[in-house]
Ligand binder design. Structure first.
Ligand code: AHR
Length: 322
């Protein structure tokens, strides 16, 4: 009998060691946190990569994520937020499609005592207590980086005719990438932004915009496109009329999707300003703090870089994952 008890004790001990070591491989689970995530859509590879990254990070952190895809409609985001409030989630994660129109629903969240974390884009609200904090890119800096590359690239040129395809109207990246770009050009009279149209961050619209522009004029030195999806569409349109992107027309784009990196390597894109969607891990750290009732910084910026045709290590860029 004594011998049997000893064997049982050894087996129990081994089992608990096994269980502990398998737990150690994952992040410590955060029991009970439920986060509602209103994603604005699936308009680009960037967005799809961002959604996947947030979902994977939530799983890794042991946070239960209720994800709603708003399919580019603010009213769907508002409905999603109301459903999260009804469900009494611990934290609401919101990637707002546009900057205006959030006061009413975010006041409802505040009254329900649910903290809101903005991700990717910002909102324009006088009352900044409507959200606990925000994490995303410095879109103004992205616009400036695009302008700075153009300044270097066109040294010695007497005039530069620019076409701009912007993203979704009234969204933070469109507003700030527009401002930052012009800011970097600093009013230099050589630069003439002859056409600026919105392609809504969609590949199909990027192509359509460029087709329309090329029907009007071929006198274009440079394309500044606010995201890679639109750039890939625009490049199809440029090639369809027999022009060489990256040579006949300087191409500057934003994001850093794998498809754009591949075209940079082929010389069809001259500069990519990175916009980093892989911020899921940082988001979950902030969610945990908010769920624990802790304060978080009002704004956290993600780390980003620029890829250009002059980089020596282009061939060793690791797979982008989006
Ligand atoms: O808000 C970030 C932007 O939204 C990305 O540049 C773009 O690809 C996405 O649609």
């Amino acid at each position: 009998m004594k011998q049997l008890l000893k064997h049982i004790a050894i087996i129990a001990c081994l089992l608990s060691i096994l269980m502990l070591s398998s737990c150690a491989e994952k992040d410590t689970p955060t029991p009970g946190i439920i986060a509602g995530f209103s994603q604005l859509g699936a308009e680009s590879g960037w967005r799809v990569g961002n959604t996947k990254d947030v979902e994977a990070a939530a799983q890794n952190a042991g946070i239960q994520l209720m994800m709603r895809n708003a399919e580019q409609m603010q009213e769907n985001q508002i409905k999603a937020i109301r459903s999260f409030i009804a469900y009494q989630v611990d934290v609401i994660i919101l990637a707002p499609i546009v900057e205006q129109g959030w006061e009413t629903v975010l006041t409802e969240a505040k009254d329900a005592g649910i903290p809101v974390l903005l991700i990717d884009r910002d909102i324009d609200a006088k009352d900044t207590s409507l959200y606990a904090g925000a994490i995303g890119s410095d879109f103004l800096a992205e616009g400036r980086r695009a302008g700075e590359f153009l300044m270097k690239k066109t040294e010695g040129m007497k005039s530069v005719r620019i076409v701009e395809i912007t993203g979704t109207e009234n969204s933070t990246p469109t507003r700030e990438r527009t401002l930052g770009f012009r800011d970097a050009l600093g009013g230099d009279p050589r630069f003439d932004i002859t056409i600026s149209v919105s392609g809504d961050f969609l590949r199909s619209k990027g192509r359509e915009c460029m087709e329309n522009i090329l029907r009007e004029t071929r006198d274009i030195d440079m394309l500044y496109s606010h995201n890679d999806a639109m750039t890939l569409g625009a490049i199809e349109a440029i090639e369809a009329v027999g022009l060489a992107p990256g040579k006949d027309i300087i191409i500057i784009t934003v994001d850093g999707e794998q498809g754009a990196i591949d075209l940079l390597k082929l010389g069809k894109i001259n500069c990519i300003v990175e916009c980093n969607p892989m911020i899921g891990g940082q988001i979950m750290e902030l969610v945990k703090k908010l769920a624990a009732g802790e304060a978080i910084p009002k704004k956290t910026y993600s780390t980003e870089r620029v890829f250009t045709e002059w980089d020596e290590d282009l061939m060793s860029i690791p797979p982008r994952g989006y």
